[in-house]
Unconditional design. Structure first.
Length: 420
């Protein structure tokens, strides 16, 4: 769990502002639901076989013996509100969004918190595949408007209760003969929800996964044509996507379409894609939670992860601007020179001339390389000899010419050169 410090508030505000702009255009209304709900809502809604219910919920018992849970996701709470407030009698679909914290007992690591904020979007009471595509488009557009680059949507269909149960049997019979080759988690999953085997990340399960039957080949006619239409709509609205036959999303309530949106790595430094949003269709959940049969779809985006990307992008830009801003670089070699350089840097600061430096680097070659990359016009070089003599070399980075000047004249000389 973490604090959101004053300097980060603007990112959270910006995300909500952009999201609301888009959501209001599409006719969504905001809903706030309690942070605490009956535990049963999640064990029934999210599902007993899910990691969330099995391992990740913060549960508590009240003095009156009620079992309550800090919401680990929004969907069951919003569906409960839909049922409780009789929204089924209003013109359908009901389009809702919510923003706020959710709680999951996770192993904390980079980008994975125990309390984090989600932007949740739900469309209840409409079975058309247009809605699945529109939901994906809305998340995609929000992320794009927030200037998140390299976005990729992954989609899959996990069928409905009928074709999925047939597929699960098929998958089970495939897995049974390989039970001893899969990881311990997957052996457990085989008993509870064999579909979860498909999103196992363990290395030893990968070759078995690659040979496994794929659900997409076993969808019933209705699910097949629903999925085909979702993809056609995505093509039409030019949302880039990729089919991922292993995407199952680990929640019990999904039917037909499931999706995730990632930011793919841009450079070698970034290794793994970052999951920013995910969701799908859940045609059976409203009924399961006591309402009339109402088809629906929804999803959630992780706000902290978007904030992280927005901050990284801003830092990158700031660095570029500051690098472009310096026309002079100060390179030094040796202890005495380093000390003198600090003093010289101060002189430049007082004269309001931007000077870049890399005092952390000791090799002159590395420092000159950096000055070169930054495309500075002049590099001041202060070696041991110059430090002893009280001089400094000014190197013209364009012509390569060098001249030695008295240290106290350095600022004046550079000023003159920059004015030319
Ligand atoms: P989920 O509700 O698991 O589908 O997650 C939806 C989105 O919430 C993910 O794509 C992530 O961006 C974000 N998210 C999920 N779990 C965490 C977590 N523990 N910490 C931060 N963000 C998370």
């Amino acid at each position: 769990m973490h604090d959101i410090l004053p300097e980060d508030q603007k990112y959270f505000r910006k995300i909500v502002e952009v999201a609301e702009g888009i959501l209001h255009f599409y006719g969504f209304g905001k809903i706030d639901i309690p942070v605490l709900e009956q535990t049963e809502l999640f064990s029934k809604g999210t599902g007993l076989s899910t990691d969330i219910v099995q391992k990740q919920m913060y549960n508590l018992k009240t003095k009156g013996d009620d079992l309550l849970t800090l919401r680990p996701e929004f969907t069951p709470g919003i569906v409960r509100a839909y049922v409780e407030h009789g929204m089924v009698s209003l013109p359908q679909p009901i389009k809702l969004y919510a923003v706020g914290p959710v709680f999951r007992y996770e192993t904390p690591q980079a980008g994975r918190f125990r309390e984090f904020n989600q932007l949740d979007i739900e469309i209840i009471g409409e079975k058309s595949p247009v809605k699945d595509a529109q939901l994906i488009q809305i998340f995609y557009n929000i992320l794009k408007e927030l200037k998140i680059k390299n976005l990729m949507v992954e989609v899959n269909s996990i069928g409905d209760s009928q074709c999925r149960s047939y597929y699960k049997k098929l998958l089970m019979s495939y897995l049974r003969s390989r039970e001893h080759s899969v990881c311990g988690d997957c052996r457990r999953r085989m008993k509870e929800n064999s579909l979860r085997f498909l999103d196992c990340k363990e290395e030893k399960c990968q070759p078995i996964k690659a040979q496994a039957p794929q659900i997409i080949d076993h969808l019933c006619e209705e699910c097949h044509s629903h999925f085909k239409e979702v993809l056609e709509f995505l093509d039409e609205i030019e949302v880039p996507y990729r089919l991922n036959p292993y995407l199952v999303r680990g929640l019990d309530y999904y039917t037909k379409t499931v999706f995730e949106i990632f930011k793919e790595p841009e450079s070698k430094g970034e290794t793994a894609p970052i999951a920013l949003a995910g969701g799908g269709r859940y045609d059976g959940l409203v009924k399961l939670l006591g309402g009339k049969d109402a088809p629906a779809c929804g999803g959630a985006a992780g706000i902290e992860r978007i904030v992280y990307l927005m901050k990284t992008e801003e830092e990158k830009k700031q660095k570029e601007v500051s690098l472009q801003g310096s026309q002079v670089f100060l390179a030094q070699l040796g202890d005495l020179a380093k000390r003198r350089s600090l003093k010289l840097l101060e002189e430049f600061r007082k004269a309001r001339i931007d000077v870049a430096e890399s005092f952390g680097r000791d090799s002159l070659r590395a420092q000159l390389g950096k000055a070169n990359n930054m495309k500075t016009l002049y590099t001041l070089i202060l070696g041991q000899r110059e430090a002893l003599e009280g001089t400094v070399i000014i190197k013209d980075m364009v012509s390569g010419r060098q001249e030695t000047v008295k240290m106290e004249k350095a600022v004046e000389q550079i000023k003159k050169k920059l004015k030319k």
